[in-house]
Design a protein around this ligand. Structure first.
Ligand code: SF4
Length: 444
């Protein structure tokens, strides 16, 4: 029997890319490919790439060096670059790196079987067409995760926000929401397969907006409730929210369903309204704090995390202090913190100077990280003595006698295994904490 073509997929970047690689695996499996996790066995290597910051692309160039060495020994190997970097650089990728055979953007994955077939005949190919409709709604992703407990479910693609520093709208195209029926089908199938948690993902889930053939509208709040009603034992998470669009409706739906996890990721980026205007974020510091107040009022036990970008064009010391003050006022549980990295062709790159010295960017980032470390450790200390329901995801890195999982607030907890297993819900009392995790003891 003829052996199948072996496909190796390497994924970089965000949750959307992880979900996309699972769609790519499904499309190619349907066309007779076999997924391998061993790069040496691969006939086809696809690297799913990220362009959000310069260093993300640098990492991919580094991998391409490795692939080139493998191809020297295996000339028939086909190498493909897919995802956001493929969309940003297009043909230039093939011009700059001769070992690349195909370049495919995030909306052209259905074309992969044909492009790979042509590449096999020696024809290099590029498809970076962006779509206003494509959501891959009819494709059942092949799960590439190991734990079979938690899965990403894409509910929309693209973004219409055009934040001045962001490359996403240029590489992922205009926003489009996915049919709620297909989302519900995917979630129900995951639940039947034994998955215990789904994370609904989109660049800005709060602007999810579907109208069906009877003109009936579906908001994100309605979708969230529909997914939560699949089963009370299925945990539901979502990411990423947007302060300008996050509605009280969503918060009330969360309050109504205990299985919708008590964690909201609400990127602030800056605490200065002046900088938020330059970033074209579409909200002020006061509006952001009002959203936080709504969360604290409707969902008192909800954890809040954020994204902070420091060193944006024209950021003054006072703007920076505004960001530190905002972080203290919100009292974040954790945050992702970055220095501004100018991205080509964005509004900021075309109209604003990247005028903050690297040393100042680094010093401000250090101050932000130091503050967040204080806030995160305070948040963990406040959990001491409390009992949380933990969904077990795996063994602790340090010992097979200890398990790890996350609370509804998305905090990682490590505790002694006893007779529990991966996939169990366990009541755990928090007895200690480290900088990264909570330490607990099961109580039931
Ligand atoms: S909301 Fe802004 S930062 Fe987020 S993906 Fe869209 S344009 Fe980029």
């Amino acid at each position: 029997m003829e052996s199948k073509t072996k496909l190796y997929i390497e994924t970089y970047g965000c949750q959307m890319n992880i979900a996309d690689s699972e769609v790519v695996a499904s499309i190619l499996k349907e066309s007779g490919y076999e997924i391998t996790e061993d790069i040496q066995l691969a006939d086809v290597i696809l690297v799913n790439t990220c362009s959000i910051r310069e260093n993300a692309e640098q990492r991919v160039w580094g991998r391409l060096d490795v692939f080139r060495q493998i191809k020297k020994k295996k000339p028939q190997l086909t190498i493909g670059v897919i995802g956001c970097m493929a969309e940003r650089l297009k043909e230039k990728l093939i011009e700059e790196e001769k070992t690349i055979d195909i370049v495919v953007g995030p909306d052209a994955y259905r074309d992969l079987p044909g492009l790979l077939e042509n590449a096999g005949l020696g024809h290099k190919a590029v498809n970076v067409l962006l779509s206003r409709e494509e959501t891959y709604a009819d494709i059942s992703p092949i799960r590439l995760d190991k734990n079979r407990i938690s899965a990403f479910v894409s509910i929309m693609r693209g973004c219409n926000n055009m934040c001045s520093y962001c490359i996403v709208p240029y590489v992922r195209g205009a926003e489009r929401s996915r049919d709620p029926k297909s989302i519900l089908k995917e979630v129900s199938e995951l639940f039947e397969k034994g998955y215990k948690e789904v994370t609904l993902i989109g660049q800005n889930v709060d602007s999810y907006n579907w109208k069906d053939e009877n003109n009936e509208k579906f908001s994100f709040g309605q979708l969230l409730e529909m997914v939560a009603q699949v089963s009370p034992t299925l945990r539901v998470r979502f990411s990423t929210s947007h302060p300008k669009d996050m509605s009280d409706e969503v918060l009330h739906k969360m309050a109504k369903h205990a299985n919708i996890c008590r964690h909201i990721h609400l990127p602030a980026q800056s605490g200065s309204t002046r900088v938020l205007e330059l970033m074209k974020r579409g909200y002020t510091r006061e509006w952001y704090l009002d959203r936080i107040k709504a969360i604290r009022t409707i969902l008192p036990d909800c954890a809040v995390s954020t994204d902070i970008m420091t060193g944006f064009s024209g950021e003054t010391e006072e703007d920076h202090l505004d960001t530190l003050r905002l972080m203290k006022e919100v009292n974040y549980d954790f945050a992702y913190m970055f220095k501004y990295s100018e991205r080509p062709n964005t509004y900021a790159a075309r109209h604003l100077k990247d005028d903050i010295q690297e040393s100042i960017k680094s010093r401000r980032l250090t101050e932000i990280i130091d503050l967040q470390n204080e806030l995160s450790s305070k948040s963990k200390k406040e959990d001491l003595g409390k009992v949380f329901e933990v969904l077990v995801e795996g063994y602790s890195k340090k010992s097979k006698d200890r398990l790890f999982g996350r609370t509804s607030q998305n905090k990682v907890v490590v505790f002694p295994r006893k007779n529990y297993n991966i996939g169990d819900y366990v009541q755990v009392e928090i007895i200690d904490s480290t900088s990264a995790t909570l330490i607990g003891e099961s109580v039931n």
